[in-house]
Design a protein around this ligand. Structure first.
Ligand code: ZN
Length: 435
């Protein structure tokens, strides 16, 4: 097996934890001295009291809400109390998408950006990206971090990078063909959209010659991953990250779970209800993460609100980093409907694995009187006639009931009714309000 960093990627766990803990201590001192947010947050904490790994739990979590608050009317503009360096040393700007509220503005220095890129090199290399790859990046090159890290990391790895911004989907298909690109990074559903567009142009996606792809930006259920592999006849890999934390875990060629990029990050997986106990292997935990090498924007014990299943720290690839076996979704998305625990990812998994004739869908939960109702809006393959689409809807309703123990109403929508996403898909809408 090959590694991007043969030393750190195969270190025994005790050594990794030792390194991470010393990085954590350094970051604490640095943040307390240089970031207004942490000057305030760590006021009552004597950093010398953080002596052993377990002491990390004495440091409070950081929430996205706080990041927003510390940028409102706090100097220097626009980074406010989050900035950890002299503003003159900021070399690039990114921001969060703001889908859940006001965006957070993220400052990067040249060094911190290089740190992000190096972390991403691990992710791409473990997914089999090599210098022989001509990597097409079909995303809007703009203020969102999206695949910017992938762009720079692929270059650093020695790949040839083709920026695929400012093109529509058809234009992107043509560019892939023109340049014989053989690798891609994209949101999983957008990769499927590209394949669909190619098919509508009379081109078999398999003939595009895409050898491997890396997904980001939305959960990638196993069924979607396999579907992309079959559609392109390629290898498809997953990764997880965010603007605030950087890309922090990726899938190796064994394709079983995501390796945390250690010792770049300290990751805790904590019991969902108490947020205090580290869960055991096989259990669900909330991901709490500390990027250990970023000074421009220090973030300590960031509560991502994402839930994952804790995996082992052994793998057939030989890496010793901890694995996340499955990203189950947002804490908020895993809710109770009519008293039954429900995850929208189950529905995505069902549709992607058993209903190739459904091209887009949206899942809506509403409350009528006191009853929760699930509606699944779908768009069927345009090749199907009305009766055939109705048949698909009926079968989906039955399978949904079996998979989730909940009945739902399936509505077939006309072509083009439902939104398409190339970033941050939002197919689950809980309209029940606070409850
Ligand atoms: Zn592995």
């Amino acid at each position: 097996m090959e590694f991007w960093n043969p030393y750190t990627e195969t270190l025994p766990r005790e050594k990794l934890e030792k390194i991470e803990f010393s990085y954590f201590q350094n970051l604490l001192s640095y943040a307390k001295a240089n970031s207004q947010l942490y000057k305030d947050k760590l006021k009552g904490i004597n950093i010398d009291d953080i002596k052993v790994f377990e002491d990390i739990k004495k440091i409070p979590f950081t929430y996205k809400e706080e990041l927003r608050k510390w940028q409102e009317d706090v100097d220097p503009f626009p980074y406010g109390g989050l900035l950890g360096i002299d503003i003159a040393n900021v070399s690039s700007f990114r921001q969060t998408s703001g889908t859940t509220g006001k965006p957070v503005y993220v400052p990067e220095s040249y060094e911190s950006w290089q740190w992000r890129v190096e972390s991403w090199c691990h992710i791409l290399y473990m997914a089999g990206f090599r210098p022989r790859h001509r990597v097409f990046l079909p995303f809007g090159y703009n203020v969102y971090v999206a695949f910017w890290e992938a762009h720079y990391a692929a270059e650093k790895l020695g790949c040839e990078v083709v920026p695929g911004g400012a093109l529509d989907t058809k234009g992107r298909v043509n560019k892939i063909i023109e340049l014989k690109a053989n690798a891609m990074c994209g949101t999983p559903t957008y990769l499927l959209n590209i394949a669909q567009e190619a098919a509508s142009m009379g081109i078999d996606p398999k003939s595009l010659g895409i050898e491997r792809a890396l997904g980001a930006g939305e959960p990638l259920p196993e069924a979607t991953r396999k579907r992309i592999e079959e559609t392109y006849n390629c290898k498809m890999y997953d990764h997880i990250g965010s603007t605030e934390t950087c890309g922090f875990a990726g899938m190796c060629e064994a394709q079983q779970g995501l390796h945390i990029v250690e010792p770049f990050f300290l990751v805790e997986l904590l019991d969902k209800d108490t947020l205090s106990k580290e869960v055991s292997e096989g259990e669900l935990g909330v991901i709490v993460i500390t990027p250990l090498g970023r000074r421009s924007f220090p973030v300590i014990r960031f509560n991502t609100n994402d839930v994952a299943i804790k995996g082992p720290s052994t793998c057939e690839c030989g890496r010793t980093s901890l694995k996340l076996m499955e990203i189950v979704g947002r804490v908020d998305d895993i809710s109770k409907i009519r008293g039954v625990l429900f995850s929208p990812k189950t529905v995505e998994q069902l549709i992607r694995s058993e209903f190739p004739e459904i091209v887009e869908y949206e899942l809506v939960v509403t409350r009528e009187d006191i009853m929760d109702k699930i509606t699944l809006r779908i768009e069927a393959d345009p090749k199907l006639n009305k009766d055939e689409a109705g048949e698909v809807a009926k079968r989906l309703g039955e399978r949904h009931k079996i998979k989730t123990n909940l009945s739902c109403k399936v509505v077939v929508e006309p072509q083009g009714t439902l939104p398409r996403y190339d970033l941050k898909a939002k197919r689950f809408k809980d309209m029940r309000g606070k409850h």
